[in-house]
Design a protein around this ligand. Structure first.
Ligand code: PTT
Length: 608
């Protein structure tokens, strides 16, 4: 099976055992790798309804057949588990040398199960696999752990770790690598912490298998050359994702004051131009020609900033100072907390304060209060005082103290940085994302604002699916960064060609799309099984976007329409072959080769 290592490393921390399992070729073809492999493992192996923070949950680090190869940015892996934040499927895609090294060490994936008695870390060097004492590392922040582990194991040993937030089971704790990469928004860091696992350290000394080495090499060089010659490449290298602040302001979708408005008067103080002016360093994931990591001065030292971080910790909180936003970003990176969820939780607190919930919170925080935001971020990471409640995420907080209408989440995952008062397709993309309100599967908003901004058409539902197939089906399974395609317009045609030379398999766009559909159907089944029910209300965007129109700016008065949104959602279900409640039809499961799912699924929902 060229292209895949054909080996999955499984480590049971309870029994202190490591075994290597062969990767079944049929599974590899049907699910490819990354997210596909992760959901297949979680569906097949998790006891239904398992507590995500129990030893029975499994944490999957999965690469794909392109991971670790030179070419347009294949230095990433998917980290997945049942989410402690949402109770459904959770994953993230993190850039790290650990992705490359895992493949070079001879594995397509690492699956961690059980729970260690005491803090440990995993050390992998090809066939040598050790579970080592992590007591000296427990409690350290994510950056310090990485430095210390590399001192012990050498700089060629690469690290994915958690910070204190993961140890303290903050429900939106992430895993961290290379000081600026964070992955697994729906609490993958908490799952790791629940297993008493501080870090995974990998050295890989072998080769990544390729079917046609010369053919692959040639294509990879040409693809990178094409990407680097793109007219947008120069600007991208200067500002990366941070120029999205200016774009979002112009389009009235910049989250402002907890998603109450789409424009922020001081946007320019936290935007791409400011980042370009003060930039101190530029870093990239492994094997990347695009370097999205722009480092700027923070209050203490420097930090990498991205669009989501600037918007969620800046405009969304009314904080208009790059070094202060950078500092909040840095706290999130060192503590191992997702910036998007952090920005939502703090935004919720500020709005709750404004609406007179101070007595329920026990304190009041004004918009733009940076010192309070900083303090709360640390309190969340250590679950100190009110931080213990805030570490639960906005869904649970609002269920406890009220204000559900302004708790900005879908299925429990806090909303990424695009306001949807005037973007129904983006709202649909969030609502139908397989992990909750994340933008990664369908960043349809750039298309939407250029076309029929206010429409709820079938074409929009179709566009969301088209993007979900490519982003969720292609890039999350062969596992590479989507930025070459999204940001500098690298043609999608390269990927099936690269895949073919890497694996020897003919891979048409239809093949990848079908794999994507299979994964989406299986993830949906997983949600229904784990929640024990399903209802289309779970695919609804936050109430605020329907009930509270934008109060200023060129789109003043804009809001989502409840009935029309339901029509849009029905189009989406229909196009996917799902029933009117959002459950894949029996015929759809059959078409996708998922017949084995039906008998389990119908214990929880009626199949149509
Ligand atoms: C990703 C999410 C994003 S998406 C951002 S900024 W982005 C936030 N970054 C955080 C951060 O930083 N620190 C922190 N403590 N929390 C953070 N939370 C947020 O996490 C790097 C890039 C980016 S930057 C994006 S869009 C693209 N995402 C890809 C994806 O999802 N799949 C894929 N095949 N390719 C992608 N390429 C791009 O990668 P999650 P990363 Mg990612 C400091 O992790 O869980 O998916 O959440 O991880 O390697 O840092 O992504 O404007």
């Amino acid at each position: 099976m060229a292209g895949w290592q054909g080996r999955v490393l499984r480590i049971d921390l309870t029994r202190k055992k490591a075994v290597v399992q062969q990767l079944d070729a049929t599974v590899a073809r049907a699910f490819i790798g990354g997210r596909g492999l992760a959901i297949k493992i979680l569906w097949d192996e998790l006891p239904p309804g398992v507590d995500p923070l129990s030893p029975h949950n499994k944490l999957v680090f999965a690469t794909g057949p392109l991971t670790g190869l030179p070419g347009p940015n294949f230095g990433k892996l998917v980290v997945a588990a049942k989410s402690p934040l949402t109770g459904g499927y959770g994953d993230g895609n993190i850039g790290s040398w650990t992705a490359v090294n895992l493949r070079k060490a001879g594995y397509d994936a690492l699956v961690v199960e059980g729970k260690a008695e005491k803090p440990v870390y995993i050390y992998i060097e090809n066939d040598k696999v050790e579970i080592l004492d992590a007591r000296d590392y427990w409690g350290l922040n994510a950056w310090a752990v990485e430095e210390k582990l590399q001192k012990v194991h050498g700089r060629d040993a690469t690290v994915i770790t958690i910070g204190p937030a993961g140890e303290n089971l903050v429900r939106f704790a992430t895993v961290i690598s290379h000081k600026g990469r964070s992955g697994g928004r729906p609490g993958m860091g908490a799952v790791m912490g629940s297993k008493n696992l501080k870090a995974v350290v990998v050295k890989g000394k072998g080769e990544v298998p390729v079917a046609d080495k010369a053919g692959y090499q040639k294509l990879a060089v040409e693809a990178v050359r094409e990407g680097s010659a793109s007219p947008s490449y120069g600007f991208w290298m200067r500002q990366g994702t941070t120029s999205t602040v200016e774009w979002a302001q112009e389009a009235s979708v910049l989250p402002t004051y907890n998603f109450s408005e789409g424009q922020f008067e001081d946007f320019f103080k936290i935007g791409g131009n400011m980042v370009e002016k003060f930039e101190t360093d530029l870093k990239s994931c492994p094997l990347c020609f695009m370097a999205c990591g722009h480092w700027v001065p923070a209050e203490s030292g420097t930090v990498e900033v991205d669009y989501e971080n600037l918007a969620m910790l800046g405009s969304n909180l009314g904080i208009a100072d790059l070094s202060k936003v950078g500092e909040l970003n840095k706290i999130a990176d060192t503590m191992g907390i997702d910036t998007i969820s952090l920005g939502n939780v703090l935004g919720y607190v500020m709005e709750a304060s404004e609406r007179g919930f101070g007595d329920r919170l026990g304190f009041v925080v004004e918009w733009g209060d940076y010192e309070a935001a900083k303090q709360l971020a640390y309190d969340i990471a250590y679950r100190r005082g009110v931080g213990d409640l805030l570490a639960e995420g906005v869904k649970r907080i609002s269920e406890r103290i009220g204000g559900e209408d302004f708790a900005m989440h879908i299925k429990g995952l806090e909303v990424s940085a695009y306001d949807c008062h005037a973007a129904p397709a983006m709202a649909l993309a969030y609502a139908t994302s397989p992990i909750g309100a994340h933008h990664k599967d369908a960043w349809v908003i750039s298309w939407e604002v250029r076309t029929d901004r206010f429409g709820y058409t079938r074409e929009k539902a179709s566009k969301v699916i088209e993007l979900q197939r490519i982003r969720g089906g292609w890039f999350e399974t062969f596992v590479g960064c989507r930025f070459p395609w999204v940001e500098v317009g690298l043609s999608l045609d390269w990927y099936p060609k690269l895949f073919k030379t890497a694996t020897g398999l003919d891979a048409t766009p239809d093949y990848f799309n079908e794999v994507g559909d299979r994964i989406y159907a299986l993830i949906r089944a997983f949600w229904a099984r784990e929640l024990g029910y399903w209802d289309r209300e779970l695919d609804m965007p936050p109430a605020k976007w329907f009930k509270e129109p934008l109060s200023k700016g060129p789109l003043r008065g804009a809001h989502l329409d409840y009935d029309k949104y339901h029509e849009l959602l029905s189009h989406y279900y229909d196009l996917r072959g799902w029933d009117e409640r959002g459950i894949p039809r029996r015929s759809t499961l059959k078409r996708l080769g998922l017949e084995y799912v039906a008998p389990v699924l119908e214990r929880y929902v009626e199949l149509r």
